[in-house]
Write a protein that binds this ligand. Structure first.
Ligand SMILES: C[S@@+](CC[C@H](N)C(=O)[O-])C[C@H]1O[C@@H](n2cnc3c(N)ncnc32)[C@H](O)[C@@H]1O
Length: 229
């Protein structure tokens, strides 16, 4: 029997290339020019494209790639990952899924992380010229991701869910072979579609927490579950 590991997906994450609707906005053209790139090749960033983003739907959920940066550093450098008990996926707001080899070293420098994500989302994989990339992107539905990674369903961590301790969430997910979903966005809620397909919703605290805090509590609980720390 294969060993049961923890599968976590950051859902509807605030990571995307500048969408075409605002590619012509002056703030977007300016920030692309500064970096010698086309507007369609740079990441949407609320701190740079605030005015342009006013036109976008669900703007409050978008343009925060730093959330994915901090979260991936937390996940990939954890003992849980180093011991082979974790797979983490990034589902983006526009609907791509980033598959990440557990041995990937995410740049600690934010600007380097941005460059790497731009290369990944533009070309589809990094490094670009290898058959076995460290990261690659596929446009897919969450239902297909669940199947693709051999899990039996999705559970959501959500403020309004049933209150549980992180260790209980981990035990439940491992026992049922469920993918654990955490929102990778700064404000707002999961789309109706995700809420509809989820098998259960759990809250770990009575207030809203940042993505990386929820992620770290789940990782620490899983490290305790496997007796790593
Ligand atoms: C910053 S929150 C998302 C935005 C938040 N819903 C708001 O409107 O301010 C990021 C994610 O962390 C998770 N989360 C935050 N607080 C939580 C809690 N108390 N219990 C469980 N998950 C939580 C959820 O998955 C949520 O989507």
């Amino acid at each position: 029997m294969t060993k049961r590991i923890v599968h976590i997906v950051l859902l509807e994450s605030s990571l995307e290339l500048v969408p075409f609707e605002i590619a012509g906005h002056s703030s977007v053209i300016r920030s692309a020019k500064k970096r010698g790139k086309k507007p369609s090749e740079i990441l949407l960033d609320k701190s740079l494209h605030y005015h342009a983003m006013k036109k976008l739907r669900e703007a409050e959920k978008r343009g925060r790639p730093d959330i994915v940066h901090v979260s991936l550093l937390e996940a990939l450098e954890s003992p849980l990952n180093k011991e082979g008990f974790l797979r983490i996926y990034v589902h983006t707001y526009p609907g791509d899924v980033i598959f990440i080899d557990p041995s990937t070293r995410i740049p600690r420098n934010y600007n380097r992380f941005v460059g790497l994500m731009e290369q990944l989302l533009t070309i589809g994989k990094v490094p670009p010229d290898t058959a076995k990339p460290l990261m690659y992107v596929k446009t897919m539905r969450i239902e297909d991701l669940i199947e693709n990674v051999n899990t039996h369903g999705l559970i959501l961590l959500r403020e309004t869910g049933e209150r549980k301790k992180p260790i209980e969430v981990v035990e439940y997910a491992i026992k049922n072979n469920y993918l654990i979903g955490i929102g990778g966005f700064p404000h707002g809620d999961f789309s109706e579609k995700l809420i509809k397909i989820s098998k259960a919703e759990f809250s770990i605290y009575d207030r809203t927490l940042a993505t990386w805090i929820v992620l770290s509590r789940i990782i620490v609980a899983a490290e305790a579950y496997y007796g790593l720390l």
